[in-house]
Design a binder for this molecule. Sequence first.
Ligand SMILES: [Zn+2]
Length: 468
Amino acid sequence: MSRRPDRIHFSRAAAAACLAFWAASCGPKAPEERPYAALAEELRAEGLRSEGAFAVLARLTSEAGPRLAGSPGVEKAVALMRGEMERLGLETWLEPVTVQHWVRGDSARAEILTADGLAGRPLAVAALGWSVASPADGIEARVFEVSSFEELEARKAEVAGRIAFFNRPMDRTSLDTFRSYGEAAQFRARGASEAARSGAAAVLVRSATQRIDDHPHTGMVAYEPDIPKIPAAAVSTAGAEFLSAALKKDPELKLRLSLNPRTLPDVPSANVVGQIRGTEKPEEIVLIGAHLDSWDLGTGAHDDGAGCAQVVEALRLILESGRRPKRTIRGVLFMNEEFGASGGRDYAKNGRRAAERHIAAMESDRGGFLPLVFAVGGGPKTLARFGRWEYLLAPLGLLGMRPGGGGADIGPIVEKGAIPMGFVPDAQSYFDLHHSALDVLESVHPRHLELGAIVLAVMAFIVAEEGI
Ligand SMILES: [Zn+2]
């Protein structure tokens, strides 16, 4: 049997109520029981006192640094985070993942060649993930600016031999920054092949951020098969505005773009797993996950070092509370989310899964910001059932529950029946730094980060104890 301190709490509350009843002969009924309220308070206090998640994130970002899949940094991160888990006393292991190995190269340049008074003016650019290299001395071409795929289609006769420049600003009007990001990022993902279909020589894509600054934001380009692969780069928003204004003055303007990334053979890597084994139903798993790889312009502090640190810290908080759940709580730090989520797929396919049943999966991959709400998938009935725990959220600073949950890495295990759930943080500033050199430790607030770890710990423990 697992320890049930909340039952003890109940007994005390019940005893107090009985005494009150005797004293008043017909006093009010005993206050409603609030299971796990004491646990939530305890974990909140310990988490906020220790700020353990930030300490893990500081080690990850300083000792492993940028963690592009296939890089030495990400392999250091695998060893480091497994070591963190072992140090806590978790049962840990690695599971194999095959990862693509793309190397950024050491030179990304875009320079205006011709235009009155602008010759030699550089623009801040970064190669997109998977981009092929330009010729060594760069591509010199006129620039073709568009703001939509429809416009590209309508004017496709003009694209051949030019550098296609997708200059669609990320929408500022919606509160749902993930939606606005998705709309803007489609040009990054699909722009190269759409432009190459009409003969473009290269593609330059405005960075997917609402801020106007000089930091390019990278991300993956999705080359379509059977269409020539052309060099693809992100340009900073300030660079995009400048280039667009220059093109209005001089439509003949020429740009030189040079990039030298390389794609190398696939390499073996690993998902890092650490768990607290369940005392009664160990084969039933509550997964809490994040991805260990990152982009390489910063140190991936928010994306997704934050999630990894929260997973490790949530496990620590549970362990140190002395409680052991009936079902297994498993932390998984997935490899290779950014280059196609192979870690999540390989996890779901691993032979070990045959003897397991994942009942819930929570992924933290929306930045280490202040948690706002707790999202629960699986349909209205699951949300209604889970609603009985809603009273635990306000003391943790959350506004409530809503439908939702999910993540790229847990997608495959959710397809096999796990209910997706997780906290949703405030993402108003996430895309200011996402995939850019600004995604570093200094941009993470220790208390915001910790509150996410606390919510993960509390909710994972409840699901592991009560089921869904
Ligand atoms: Zn991410």
